[in-house]
Write a protein that binds this ligand. Sequence first.
Ligand code: ZN
Length: 688
Amino acid sequence: MKKSNNNNFNNMSEFKRTLITTALPYANGPLHIGHLAGVYVPADIYARYLRLKNEDVLLIGGSDEHGVPITLKANNEGVSPQDVVDRFHNIIKESFQQFGISFDIYSRTTSEIHHETASEFFKKLYDEGKFIEKTSEQYYDEENSQFLADRYIVGKCPRCGYERAYGDQCESCGTSLSPTDLINPTSVISGNKPVLKETKHWYLPLDQYEPWLKQWILEDHKEWKPNVYGQCKSWLDSGLQPRAVTRDLNWGVPVPLEDTPGKVLYVWFDAPIGYISATRELTAEWEKYWKDPETRLLHFIGKDNIVFHCIIFPSMLKAEGTFNLPDNVPANEFLNLENDKISTSRNWAVWLHEYLEDFPGKEDVLKYVLTANAPETKDNDFTWKDFQSRNNNELVAVLGNFVNRTLVLANKYFHGIVPLKGELKGYDTEILKGINDIKNEIEKSLDLFRFREAQKNAMDLARLGNKYLADEEPWKIIKTDPERVKTIINICLQITANLTVILEPFLPFSMEKLRDFLNFEKQSWERSGSDELLSPGHKINKPELLFEKIEDDVIEAQLQKLLRTREANLSKESTAKKVKKNIDFEEFGLMDIRVGTILEAEKMPKAKKLLQLKIDTGIDTRTVISGIAEYYEPEDLIGRQVSIVVNLESKKLRGVESRGMILCAEDPDGTLSIVSPDKKMENGSEIR
Ligand SMILES: [Zn+2]
């Protein structure tokens, strides 16, 4: 028996079972399409696929119910944190169920079994001396007698100057921070200036795991998706620091040690243990799924969770010593909505519970569109127009049309009885071979977690069927050559029966319907590819429509809804920053702003937000560092004209001297947009 740590897809067959975990959604808001596309839809497809293959697989999910955003929300609403998580856990769980994400269990981290599991995990690491203990000075709100962890404290970002950076991260430049880095910190609860007070915490010394992680990820898991591997490499290259696993908070899993009142496990320590607790809650055989090296562990997550699932959680598991490590972490990038970042606070999202209300019976349509557009290798965009056209042009016009024509013809010509195939022509054999080829393609794609490709392959079978029908035109020869039509309809019915198998992971509700039309039992994956799924003489039912067209007014209503959100946001956001104090014209004239052209652009190593630009200012060619890396691809910037302040004191950033600043407009959410002249201007032209 070979240890699982060193595997890739080629020797995947040595695993006996698969444990699939899905990122725990945070129970402070409902689910939106970004969550679905990034994590739950692909995980569900994969789990359904393995189940069809009769493999032993568990799909694990649950709500993450601890952490500061939840206590803050509770404070704001004047309710208890438990009230907040109860409300959202139920909404989330219910929408998952309705939408058909086939969890074997959907649990939650406020459950007793989770508290017990997380405490035991911590205690074992503590007893074995895997933590380091450190006393440090941390900010404390004297009025509320509370330490100010993470988002309980805001202040000016020392990197970029953003005024409302959080104690754990600046959302403007993305730098991860600790509260003591903030300039002019204030308490979010009281608005007071906090004082420093000594407090003791436990840290996981990630630096000690660095050499092991480098080997395990960078050498042994080169097959991980490039976006995942790349992010891990950049974390490992910039060096790991010990990471606190406890917090001064009154909401969470209490630190299971003597004399630690007011201390809980840090939410990022307890949340991934939630996968273990949920498995434990589900089955007495949970250890088999977590500890037997013949179990394959897969974490489905979004890109914001890569560091936790590839570096921190594996280090915790390694420290504990008896658990399997993930074999793969197929993380997705982000999904945008109508060309704008999905945002809970701006209500810019398609909420799953609202979709389910607005589009009853159309769970599969959303699943289909999210997979067709999955942000597998880069961020991607969801638009309602695309949703409509994929439904109308693909599900209705390709799949629905083929299935409907086949079933209608079979009923019309043969009273719904599957006819016997006659002698096959070369073309028939080719089509039948096509079924098996498509099945093989789907398998290959799914083994590489390429869900959009796999779904496209599966739809190709319906395309093949349509082409076959169009080429053979049975309606033209039914009078003259009814024997030939028997063969054609038999083949079309075999294709239809195969569709119920290969599309089952992608369109589970619709394939159940289609099986009803065919009067056909659910088949195992292995049976697909066969040209004899339906036996001659088998009686099928009268079909109904598998999918229905979505009309323009339905899409228009959704677009209007978004428009109203945008307007509401604008009126809220007219809390635009206050006007600065007046200056006279002379003072204004001191700023020297010119038109320049970007000659070169590259990402700065180890700085997610920064681009290094070479700019022709008309006066000279100079280097400028700009915090726009999140909003522009370097290659798209080359040749672009920008506005540059050329007489700003130069500044060293990450060892590179930045001379000048390019002007950007900034949205309230921090989105940056370069300000350019609206027609081509000479470099060096003054902007006044
Ligand atoms: Zn910042």
